[in-house]
Write a protein that binds this ligand. Structure first.
Ligand code: U2F
Length: 456
């Protein structure tokens, strides 16, 4: 194992979307569990700045040190307006050199103590090569949904079966070539496997990741025992060792949430149980303007009370007079304390893009979902929510129209179908909470992870 003395663990984040936050929460949990170890958290300066609240919640003198690396943009370079592919590409081009330099600084900062283990976001697949050169364990954390991880592991197999560009008529075929995915469809795969640009930065990134992960010492997953037994069993055959340590937001210490500046919780206190819909599309996605307008019209037509997390730029696309007409029964605010809101009894539905953190948070809040996925793992997560766990629904036709929005809201909040979803998600909630109790699976797996990472 990494070290016989006091371990020094380097943790390397992927600085986009909600990737760095769960890795930092894991760092904080590890640092508490292994007080004599040192944890060097390496992330872009920009992403570390967005974690300022999480980082400042770490007591001074604690065994966590935070290192900034460049996001790869040359000085004075102006990114074209929101081009995630280009941002990620620039970061990755410079990442290996920047990470090595940061690890050298981390060793200096730890009084010369060599790095005994590398923990990284699974997207930082080349951390596996670095760990191999340094002869230390590599523990990648997969922050997305486990079904999508499985499909990345099947990339070569799926390309043999469907070709690199599947014929459009096959998009609606079931994914039954992977037996436990028969309820899902080819169109729900992450883009870059058998459709979309299979040579994009992302497609190449996840393909390289899939080749490297089988060499990892342990793959850590943000899921919990019993949620998807068939996927877990399959991933166990693909990797040397896996540990499910989710839901991470229950298992790891959470930083104080930002103040509820818009009074969401107080507003919810005045509503009856399971009557309000909460709407958010995460940190990188926003609804195309015509769909935002359609969702607003659907909300008006249904009469359902709502909280909508929507930045000022998005608010500009709402139908004229919408905010005034719905001011008595809706809140449209740029940021919502999502964990608190999903745990409030008044919330009965969550309109979501199905980012994995949101899915886990909805499950632990016991809230059924209405899914509008966009990219990456989101389509598979949405398919699993709707047709495997049966704790949610999509919008008819896959995009938000006024009619589809009204119908989905009525189904989940007012009809028997929604009641059955609420009962099922309530059972998953119990399972998730149970898994993170002392002596239960995720807690035990976390202890095992500490042993892998710190050697004790
Ligand atoms: C990427 O996902 P996102 O960052 O877009 O979305 P989530 O995984 O759902 O995480 C959003 C987080 O932001 C929080 C919310 C989640 O923890 O509680 N939040 C909030 O507190 N208040 C708000 O008003 C809005 C959001 C990617 F796009 C996905 O496909 C991946 O599944 C995901 C994980 O890898 O990363």
């Amino acid at each position: 194992m990494g070290s016989t003395g006091n371990p020094h663990v380097a943790l390397i984040a992927f600085p986009f979307g909600t990737h760095a936050a769960p890795l930092f929460s894991l760092t904080a949990a590890l640092a508490t569990a292994a007080p004599s170890a040192t944890f060097s958290f390496i992330n872009s300066g920009r992403s570390n700045a967005s974690l300022a609240r999480d980082i400042s919640a770490v007591p001074s003198g604690a065994n966590i040190r935070v290192y900034d690396i460049s996001d790869g943009c040359p000085d004075g370079y102006v990114l074209p307006v929101h081009n995630p592919e280009e941002e990620v590409g620039l970061f990755l081009q410079a990442a290996a050199v920047n990470i090595r330099e940061a690890m050298e600084k981390a060793v200096e900062g730890a009084g010369g103590r060599r790095i005994s283990c590398i923990v990284s976001d699974a997207f930082i697949w080349f951390a596996g090569k670095m760990a191999e050169e340094m002869r230390v364990p590599w523990v990648p954390l997969w922050t997305g949904g486990p079904y999508s991880l499985a499909t990345h592991m099947y990339t070569d197999f799926l390309r043999l079966k469907f070709g690199e560009q599947v014929t459009p008529s096959r998009l609606s075929e079931p994914l039954d070539c992977i037996p436990y995915m028969s309820a899902l469809q080819v169109r729900e795969l992450p883009e870059g496997i058998v459709f979309g640009n299979t040579d994009s930065v992302f497609a190449r990134l996840v393909h390289s990741m899939a080749k490297e992960l089988p060499h990892a010492t342990t793959v850590a997953l943000n899921t919990f025992h019993g949620l998807d037994p068939a996927v877990d069993a399959d991933l166990d055959t693909k990797f040397k060792h896996t540990l499910s340590i989710g839901p991470l937001h229950l298992l790891t210490p959470q930083p104080p949430q930002p103040a509820d500046s818009y009074g969401c919780v107080q507003w919810l206190d005045n509503h009856a149980p399971a009557t309000v819909v909460y709407i958010s599309f995460g940190t990188i996605m926003s609804l195309p303007p015509p769909e935002a307008a359609a969702l607003a019209e659907g909300l008006e037509a249904s009469g359902v009370p709502f909280i909508w997390s929507l930045k000022a730029a998005g608010q500009a696309y709402l139908p004229s007079g919408f905010l005034e007409r719905t001011s008595g029964r809706g809140l449209v605010v740029p940021w919502v304390p999502q964990l608190k809101v999903l745990n409030h009894p008044a919330v009965g539905a969550f309109v979501t893009h199905c980012g994995w953190n949101s899915v886990m948070e909805s499950v632990t809040g016991g809230v059924p979902m209405i899914c509008r996925p966009f990219l990456g793992d989101q389509r598979l997560n949405a398919g699993v929510v709707s047709r495997v766990w049966k704790i949610g629904a999509g919008f008819e036709g896959g995009i938000v129209t006024t009619g589809a929005a009204e119908k989905a809201l009525r189904l989940v909040l007012m009809e028997d179908g929604g009641k059955a979803m609420r009962e099922r998600v309530g059972k998953l909630r119990e399972m998730a909470i149970g898994a993170t109790k002392p002596g239960e699976s995720s807690t035990n797996n976390f202890q095992a992870l500490v042993e892998v990472i710190c050697g004790y």
